[in-house]
Design a protein around this ligand. Structure first.
Ligand code: TXA
Ligand code: MG
Length: 326
C-alpha cells in the first residue's frame, strides 16, 4: 500500500516522533519535520540530498506564531502577514536564538510562512509548533504538485504523504527579505510582487541575478526545478525548426507551446500550455514531470510572455532550462 492518505492523526504522531511527513500546501508539496528538533530536520536534508547549509522555511499556523520564531519584527512583516497569510508568502526575518542552525543554515535569519492549504493548516494548528519544510523533491529536481509526485520522488522511504489534491498555485511562495533597510524580493512566486508593493507602499528591491559568490538561497541556483530530460526554451518558430531537425535525426521530441494551437509539428508530440499566467503556473511542474522520465529525448518549451504577471513562471522556466534557442 502506498503511504498516501488524509490521516491527520498519523501525520501528527509521526511529526511528534521526529519523523518526516509529506504535506500539501497551495504552492507545492513540502517535506516536513518538527522545526525545533535538529535531529528531525537533519532527516529532511538526508532524504532530499540537499546541502546542509541551505536554510529551510518554517511553516506556522498564522501571525500569532510569528514571534515564536522571529525577533525585531518590523511593521512591514505584520502588515504582510495580515494581508497575505495564510498564503504563498514567505518572510525572512531575524531569528530567535533558539531556532536550530539546521533550519537557518547557520544564518541569523529565519524564513516563515503560514500556508493556506486547509489540511496543512489544520495540521499546523494541532501541532502547535513550526514545521520545517522544503519542497518535497530530490535536490535540484522539479517540485511536486500532487501527492503522487512526492511518492515518485521518495517511494516508501517516506512513511506518510498527506494527500491534499493538486496544488492550486503550483509555483513556490514569494520570498520577501525584511532584514535590511528596504524590503527585498528574494524569489518571485505565488503572490505577485505588485500586490506586496501595494500593501507596503514601496517598491521591492529585486536583483534578478545574485552577485554574491556564495549563494545561500538555494532557489537561486540555476540548476533548480529542472526535469532530467534536456529542456530547451525559445520562440515558437525556432522550436519548430529544432523539432524538425531533431525528428530527422531520429529523436523523440515534445513541444510545449501556448501562443497558437498546434495540431502537430513534424514528428513532435505537441502539448498546449494555458494562456493565462496563473493557470500556466499551476500546470508547469506537472507538465514537465509528465514529459520527463525518458519518453522524450528533448523537451522544447515556448518562452512564456515577458510581462509582470509571468515573473514567477519565467523565473522557474529559466532555472529549469538547459539551453535557449533564438
Ligand atoms: O512554497 C514554498 O515556499 C514551498 C512550500 C513547501 O512551502 N517551500 C519551498 O521550500 O519552496 P524550498 O526549501 O524548496 O525553498 C525555500 C527557499 C530556499 O531558496 C531557501 O534558501 C530560502 O527559501 N530560505 C529559507 N530560509 C531562509 C533564510 N533564513 N534566509 C534566506 N533564504 C531562506
Ligand atoms: Mg525547492
Amino acid at each position: 500500500m502506498r503511504p498516501i492518505s488524509t490521516d491527520l492523526d498519523q501525520a501528527l504522531a509521526l511529526l511528534q516522533a521526529g519523523e518526516l511527513v509529506g504535506i500539501p500546501t497551495e504552492t507545492v508539496y513540502g517535506l516536513a519535520a518538527d522545526a525545533s528538533r535538529p535531529d528531525a530536520v537533519a532527516k529532511i536534508f538526508a532524504m532530499k540530498g540537499r546541502p546542509a547549509d541551505h536554510p529551510v522555511i518554517v511553516h506556522i499556523a498564522g501571525r500569532q506564531q510569528l514571534d515564536d520564531w522571529a525577533q525585531d519584527i518590523p511593521d512591514a512583516a505584520w502588515k504582510l502577514a495580515d494581508a497575505f497569510w495564510p498564503g504563498s508568502l514567505t518572510l525572512i526575518l531575524r531569528r530567535k536564538p533558539h531556532v536550530p542552525d539546521a533550519v537557518t543554515g547557520g544564518q541569523d535569519t529565519v524564513g516563515l510562512r503560514a500556508p493556506a492549504h486547509p489540511l496543512t493548516h489544520a495540521l499546523l494548528e494541532r501541532f502547535g509548533g513550526g514545521l520545517a519544510a522544503p519542497s518535497a523533491n530530490q535536490f535540484g529536481h522539479v517540485s511536486p504538485t500532487t501527492a503522487e509526485h512526492v511518492y515518485t520522488e521518495f517511494g516508501d522511504a517516506l512513511g506518510l504523504i498527506l494527500d491534499g489534491g493538486p496544488c492550486t498555485v503550483g509555483v513556490e511562495s514569494t520570498i520577501v527579505g525584511l532584514t535590511d533597510a528596504q524590503p527585498t524580493l528574494l524569489r518571485p512566486g505565488g503572490i505577485p510582487a505588485e500586490a506586496i508593493e501595494a500593501v507596503l507602499g514601496v517598491k521591492l528591491i529585486h536583483h534578478e541575478k545574485p552577485t554574491t559568490a556564495k549563494l545561500r538561497v538555494s532557489g537561486l541556483l540555476d540548476s533548480h526545478y529542472a526535469p532530467r530530460t534536456p529542456l530547451l526554451v525559445g520562440p515558437l518558430a525556432a522550436l519548430e525548426a529544432e523539432a524538425y531537425q531533431r525528428f530527422e535525426a531520429g529523436q523523440r521530441v515534445a513541444l510545449l507551446h501556448h501562443s497558437q494551437m498546434l495540431q502537430a509539428v513534424c514528428g513532435a508530440e505537441c502539448h498546449a500550455m494555458p494562456l493565462n499566467a496563473e493557470a500556466y503556473a499551476r500546470a508547469l511542474y506537472a507538465t514537465l514531470r509528465e514529459h520527463d522520465g525518458g519518453r522524450f529525448d528533448v523537451l522544447l518549451l515556448e518562452q512564456p510572455p515577458q510581462t509582470a504577471a509571468w515573473l514567477a513562471v519565467n523565473d522557474r522556466v529559466k532555472r529549469a532550462a538547459s539551453g535557449w534557442l533564438a
